[in-house]
Design a protein around this ligand. Structure first.
Ligand SMILES: N[C@@H](CC=O)C(=O)O
Length: 347
């Protein structure tokens, strides 16, 4: 599903053109249209420009890499196989922008939300040395769920958040499914998503870490605990968040920080960057998954229901589109940042 989102987002992209699509040997040799037959899950049609591309075998690394300036990677394989595949591409001198979790904790691989930690891409120099390449590297995006609460907390880091409790209400597209292939989700809630709570608690700390000695050193605070729940919606991960601070801000200060928050993508005017990264809703019944997930073409984050709490300092609700900002769109934005900063160049 993320692969399909990439294809959809890259159609008409002002900087990037899809020239090659690679998959397992099972799909190799078919046209892209044949390979996704009956499995196309996007709302629009398959873009004309890619329909007749002959799918290559992703395992034939040298062959695929010869045709491209960089690759996006979203695959369903074992983690050690993904690590090896991505490193093999990087070693051919090809940048890899990955949606997979395999390299999220490799010390010299940057895991980036471009508005939050663009400076982590500096670590690429050390990674290139280790991989023995002047031009290749791997950069990854974090898990989709954290985008529904990390941007809102990031805007408040000056007030030193100490404790965070987040519960995520995650769409079924996060599991690569729709209601046709997952009927069990109709009229149902499943209180378990394998590995999700660990990712949701740990990945924000890596995003808030810093580069030192050619590695990313993760932050030690705030303490984060999460519960991740699968809910019957197609797209959009919503989070309810409780937070306490060392220096408690006023409600007005928080809303002002959210409204003002912009980062490197906005400064550089990157094509996929939302103009307004965080939108605060005053209405007490917003953000709503269905109404607000597409804000800023699915690349913005919505927040609402900010109020004082009886146990923590504040509570609020956050929402982001999991396959746009949280997956393919987030990866395209990373690639745009890396191109603008000179890390991705035409071969
Ligand atoms: N692991 C996530 C993927 C993001 O959409 C999930 O299962 O929802």
């Amino acid at each position: 599903m993320v692969g399909q989102r990439f294809v959809q987002l890259l159609d008409e992209h002002p900087w990037f053109e899809v020239v090659s699509i690679a998959a397992s040997s099972k799909s190799a040799g078919k046209t892209y249209e044949e390979s996704v037959q009956n499995r196309w899950k996007m709302s629009g049609p398959i873009p004309e420009k890619v329909k007749n591309i002959i799918v290559q075998d992703a395992a034939k690394v040298e062959e695929v890499a010869a045709d491209v300036d960089f690759v996006f990677c979203a695959v369903d394989m074992k983690k050690d196989e993904i690590r090896a595949l991505e490193e093999a591409y990087a070693k051919t001198g090809t940048p890899v922008i990955s949606n997979n979790s395999a390299h999220r904790w490799t010390p010299d691989v940057p895991m980036v939300i471009p508005e939050i930690n663009p400076e982590h891409i500096e670590v690429i120099a050390a990674q290139r040395k280790r991989l023995g390449t002047k031009t290749g590297f791997i950069a990854v995006k974090p898990n989709c769920s954290i985008q529904s609460y990390v941007p809102a907390l990031n805007a408040l880091l000056d007030f030193k958040p100490t404790q965070v409790v987040a519960s995520t209400y995650q769409a079924i597209s996060g599991a690569g499914k729709n209601f046709t292939d997952w009927p069990e989700m109709l009229d149902n809630v499943i209180p378990y998503i394998g590995g999700e709570e660990e990712k949701s608690e740990q990945e924000p700390l890596r995003i808030w870490g810093h580069v030192s000695g050619g590695e990313i050193v993760k932050a030690s605070s705030p303490l984060i605990t999460t519960q991740c729940i699968r809910v019957p919606v197609t797209d959009g991960h919503l989070a309810t968040v409780f937070v306490s601070f060392e220096n408690k801000p006023s409600k007005e200060e928080i809303i002002e920080r959210w409204r003002q928050f912009a980062g490197r993508p906005q400064e550089l005017g990157l094509p996929s960057a939302p103009k307004q990264f965080i939108t605060y809703f005053e209405e007490e019944n917003r953000p709503q998954t269905k109404l607000d997930r597409d804000i800023e073409r699915g690349m913005g984050v919505s927040v609402g229901r900010l109020r004082e709490d009886s146990l923590y300092d504040y509570k609020f609700v956050g929402l982001s589109h999991n396959t746009l900002r949280g997956a393919a769109g987030g990866a395209v934005l990373i690639a745009e940042l890396l191109k603008a900063e000179g890390y991705i160049v035409a071969k």
